[in-house]
Design a protein around this ligand. Structure first.
Ligand code: HEM
Length: 141
């Protein structure tokens, strides 16, 4: 018997589950946002705005989880990265320890190069922008 396609009715017409799956953001899209949030994360912590820093880090972790669900090929590495690199950042934020934060941050950026290389994107190196982002008030309230 041929497999029946699951079709979802939307206000724009009918879409198959396959079409909806394909329309989900892939790694390029998720990573672009990770890079932007990583920029804000650094300067928020530097300004000792720990609430904003934790918020940005939480969003990065959520993006990694989405990538891990939607792209099984990266699941293990993304989950390991959360444990080995985002947990130490969370700990430093909890302790409000800038030095510890900066060390963990730099280590994570260095390690990200290895994964880009591993998956054939050796030409992608995240570089922390020299200037703080202008679209957030960085000083804590
Ligand atoms: C803090 C850690 C990381 C940062 C800041 C980061 C940042 C980035 C950035 C900025 C891009 C380029 C996005 C674009 O402009 O299209 C990228 C691409 C990519 N990253 Fe990461 N990354 C990190 C960790 C990782 C890890 C752990 C993995 C793998 C498990 C990974 C896998 C990829 C892949 C596969 C691409 C290419 C996506 C594509 O074009 O399809 N990254 N990353």
């Amino acid at each position: 018997m041929p497999e029946e396609k699951i079709v979802i009715k939307t206000k724009h017409g009918e879409l198959s589950l396959e079409q909806l799956a394909e329309a989900q953001h892939g790694m390029a899209h998720l990573m672009k946002e990770v890079g932007e949030r990583y920029h804000v994360l650094y300067y928020a912590a530097k300004a000792l705005n720990w609430k904003l820093a934790q918020y940005q880090l939480n969003q990065v972790i959520a993006l990694f989880r989405i990538g891990s669900t939607l792209r099984p090929k990266y699941t293990e590495d993304l989950n390991d990265f959360v444990k080995s690199h985002f947990q130490p950042l969370t700990d430093a934020i909890r302790k409000q320890n800038w030095k510890e934060f900066e060390d963990a941050y730099k280590k994570s950026v260095h390690e990200s190069d290895k994964f880009h290389e591993k998956y054939g994107y050796g030409y992608i190196h995240y570089v922390l922008p020299k200037n703080p982002p202008e679209m957030y008030k960085l000083a804590p309230d």
